[in-house]
Design a protein around this ligand. Structure first.
Ligand code: HEC
Ligand code: HEC
Ligand code: HEC
Ligand code: HEC
Ligand code: HEC
Length: 371
């Protein structure tokens, strides 16, 4: 059984994953060896480190403080007591949750093959290979809008402009070929940390780099990289000229979600018992999530989700002003602290994520979140 699993994994690795199967920032050239050993691997998925969390932590400790890492097991939530992250090692039936199953909803079917036995793990919710399919919150490794100095000797600056919501998950290396002022200096572009390079046949049109087709920087506006106009940068030589071999590495990516989490779809896939409408909480109807009838005195009620604001007792955007921060001040003009924002879902609905954050959460809404 075990041998069969390992064999089939090798077969899948060999056959079905496209060349760049692990997307930025988990991309790793062609051999995938950052996380996998081909043979005699200590970890279950032929991974280098035994235990899913230990594998994730093996890098995410040394990469602190990005995204609020490093995390330790004591960061896992014990409701009412401690912690600031969703648990990643609990039995999937704890706190009334329904384990993802291969006959469940769309999210459950995607999560079910990635359990750690009967427990959840990081890879149940995250597909560490694929950031593009189910996107979630866009992240960049560079602060958007800040002029960044190069790794190199030049004094020119590169600014990453706010990427469009439709951006692909990609790593970028921008490298100066011929130095000079913005508009005169030229550059080449790589999506695989310099293994292969793009030049330009005309501005914004990327083709294989030949040694003589470097792209031209611009001194007057933004330059699109090779994701249409989704990702653009601005070159500036107001602090000095660019020099050959100046280089910037950054990525635009998403948190590798295993399934679509629009309006907290992943959350209610496991937490079916808490997927309740306003009518449910008022005592009527079958429970939205698990279809059972409400039995007063037995059913455990949970704050309604999937409802728009605007019932007689709600604030509505427009009439009563914007939704409030958790400290009571209007959110749009509030304190700028992310953890204090009660955000509604895609269509203005209250979701689990209006009140909860899966990681780096603070139980005190007045303290700032980590990035
Ligand atoms: C960031 C670490 C990481 C990188 C990089 C990585 N993998 Fe994985 N991979 C894992 C983990 C962890 C599992 C097992 C957990 C799971 O997803 O079920 C896994 C599982 C797999 C599986 C089993 C099927 C699946 O999707 O779960 C295949 C096949 C695979 N990896 C291939 C690759 C290939 C090919 C590359 C390089 C292109 C790669 N991996 C890069 C961490 C990684
Ligand atoms: C119960 C599901 C679940 C588990 C388990 C889980 N995550 Fe997450 N994680 C999420 C969701 C949902 C997001 C937020 C997605 C978004 O913002 O669009 C997220 C976001 C992240 C982010 C982006 C930073 C942030 O704070 O938003 C990182 C990094 C991350 N997870 C790593 C991990 C690691 C490592 C583990 C295991 C130690 C883990 N996750 C376990 C669901 C989970
Ligand atoms: C080989 C090193 C390595 C391993 C192992 C690794 N990661 Fe990462 N991961 C990174 C790097 C580098 C980043 C970019 C942010 C940073 O520097 O921490 C990243 C970022 C992420 C992000 C945020 C992506 C975004 O931009 O929103 C998530 C989610 C994530 N990792 C999940 C995992 C999970 C889950 C595992 C374990 C299965 C894991 N990682 C194992 C190197 C690794
Ligand atoms: C793969 C199934 C699964 C998914 C997806 C999932 N949960 Fe959970 N959740 C659980 C389980 C199991 C527990 C019980 C953990 C324990 O023993 O404390 C739990 C516990 C919690 C807790 C209590 C704190 C804790 O970690 O114990 C909160 C709050 C919570 N989940 C919210 C969410 C939100 C919000 C989402 C969507 C981002 C989500 N869950 C997605 C299975 C899941
Ligand atoms: C209106 C805000 C709000 C919404 C919406 C919300 N929660 Fe909560 N949730 C809370 C608060 C506040 C607590 C902590 C209660 C306490 O400390 O006693 C909590 C606690 C929990 C717990 C811990 C165990 C418990 O029952 O105390 C779980 C699990 C949980 N929520 C899951 C979810 C899920 C899943 C959703 C979406 C279906 C959701 N919540 C929607 C505010 C909310």
């Amino acid at each position: 059984m075990r041998a069969l699993r390992v064999l089939s994994l090798v077969a899948v690795v060999a056959m079905s994953l496209p060349a760049a199967a692990a997307e930025a920032p988990h991309e790793n050239g062609t051999n995938c060896s950052n996380c996998h050993f081909g043979h005699n691997a200590p970890g279950g998925g032929l991974t280098k480190t035994a235990g899913n969390f230990s594998l994730c932590q093996s890098c995410h400790t040394t990469n602190a403080p990005d995204f609020g890492f490093a995390w330790s097991t004591s960061d896992q939530a014990v409701p009412g007591t401690s912690g600031r992250s969703h648990r990643w090692d609990a039995a999937a039936t704890n706190l009334g949750a329904t384990p993802p199953s291969s006959t469940g909803d769309a999210a459950a079917q995607l999560m079910a093959p990635h359990m750690d036995g009967a427990n959840i793990q990081c890879s149940t919710c995250h597909d560490q290979h694929n950031a593009s399919t189910y996107k979630g919150t866009l992240h960049t490794s560079y602060a958007v809008g800040s002029a960044v100095a190069a790794t190199g000797t030049g004094l020119g600056r590169l600014t990453l402009n706010a990427p469009a919501a439709a951006s692909a998950a990609k790593a970028y290396r921008v490298k100066i070929v011929a130095g000079g002022a913005a508009g005169a200096a030229t550059f080449q572009l790589s999506n695989d940390k310099g293994t292969s390079w793009f030049g330009c046949s005309s501005p914004g049109v990327y083709t294989q780099y030949t040694g003589s087709n470097a792209c031209v920087t611009s001194g007057t506006g933004s330059v699109a990289l090779n994701d249409g106009t989704n990702v653009t940068v601005t070159f500036s030589s107001s602090t000095g000229n660019f020099a050959a071999n100046d280089q910037w590495d950054f990525y635009v990516s998403y948190p590798f979600l295993r399934a679509d989490d629009t309006d907290a779809a992943m959350c209610v896939s496991c937490h079916k018992d808490r997927h309740q409408s306003a009518a449910n909480v008022e005592g009527t109807g079958p429970l939205v999530g698990n279809g059972q009838a409400i039995v007063l005195g037995t059913t455990v009620f949970s704050h309604p989700v999937g409802q728009s604001l605007g019932n007689t007792y709600d604030r509505t955007v427009g009439t009563n002003g914007p939704i409030l921060d958790a400290d009571g001040s209007p959110q749009t003009t509030g304190d700028g602290i992310k953890s204090n924002n009660l955000t509604v879902g895609a269509t203005g609905k209250v979701t689990c994520l209006t009140c909860h954050r899966p990681h780096n959460a603070y139980s005190n809404s007045l303290t700032p979140d980590l990035p």
